[in-house]
Design a protein around this ligand. Structure first.
Ligand SMILES: [Zn+2]
Ligand SMILES: [Zn+2]
Length: 285
């Protein structure tokens, strides 16, 4: 079964280059049975990279702010279900610690199937927006530890969500000679983070966009991720894995999905998951 647990449409995500109609047509053409639309909701983040204009959740979007009208979004998804019954209502929250208390009650009335918790910004700046991000002044070990700690803060906060996205987001942008993340140098950080995820039934996402972006830049397939990371997650009792194409344009949908499924099976995972009404749905890889 083919499932896309993380994808974006241009009407709601400023960096997407596809309409919801194109996304659905692509999903039907490639045989996807379920698709969770997860447009970007990065409160107090602006297209020019600024984050210093801070307003509370619930305010209408300011010009350039990466948020949208949630009523319109939920209606759009529900109407599109007539064309594609496998379409689910998700959202990708760009987490900021100051939002932790307010996020869950704010989102509750919309009945999201699947909420993604993402760390895009650290030290008040998106990790992908600038090569001269102050985090990258730190040695790689310290910078990556800091990012894993930000994920742990999110997972253990009052914010309730179903999927922790792309823990390797910064490897797409970090200027270190080898930006990849492996288990061994961060073993304690991964262990603490995975235990926190497992205790809370939050799924670990495998983000294929990190992989195909690297492939497109270097011509080399970096593979799924360090297998030691996933083996350790499984050994600690981790079962909830979501496979995410994080498609932003029509050509992204389904890229490296067959390879990733085979690699996960080889590591001992039999199932992938997505969420409906907040509950995990299992499918065979
Ligand atoms: Zn993201
Ligand atoms: Zn995304």
């Amino acid at each position: 079964m083919l499932v896309e647990t993380h994808c974006h449409s241009a009407a709601f995500s400023p960096d997407a280059r596809q309409t919801l109609e194109e996304l659905i047509a692509g999903a039907q053409a490639r045989g996807f049975e379920a698709l969770v639309l997860t447009d970007h909701y990065d409160k107090n983040y602006f297209s020019d990279g600024s984050t210093d204009q801070v307003t509370p959740l619930g305010q209408p979007p300011e010009a350039g702010e990466w948020i949208f009208d949630l009523d319109l979004y939920a209606d759009t998804v529900r109407r599109a279900r007539a064309d594609f019954p496998g379409l689910l209502l998700g959202i990708e929250i760009g987490y900021r610690p100051e939002l932790a208390e307010a996020l869950t009650p704010f989102l509750a009335p919309y009945g999201f199937d699947q909420v993604l918790g993402s760390i895009h910004a650290i030290m008040g700046q998106d990790l992908g927006a600038r090569r001269d991000h102050p985090l990258y002044d730190l040695p790689k070990q310290a910078a990556y530890e800091r990012v894993l700690e930000a994920h742990l803060d999110m997972v253990t906060s009052a914010f309730r969500f179903q999927v922790m996205t792309h823990f390797d987001y910064l490897t797409r942008y970090a200027p270190y000679p080898d930006p990849s993340i492996t288990y061994a140098p961060f073993a304690d950080h991964f262990d603490t983070l995975f235990k926190a995820l497992i205790e809370r039934d939050i799924a670990l996402e495998i983000n294929l966009r990190t992989r195909y972006k690297s492939f497109d830049q270097t011509g080399r397939d970096p593979g799924l991720c360090d297998p030691a990371i996933l083996r350790r997650y499984r050994d600690l009792g981790g079962e909830l894995i979501t496979l995410a194409g994080d498609a932003h344009q029509p050509a992204d949908l389904g890229r490296f999905m067959p390879e990733a499924k085979a690699e996960l099976k080889a590591l001992g995972f039999q199932s992938g998951y997505y969420f409906k009404a907040g509950q995990p749905i299992r499918y065979a890889l």
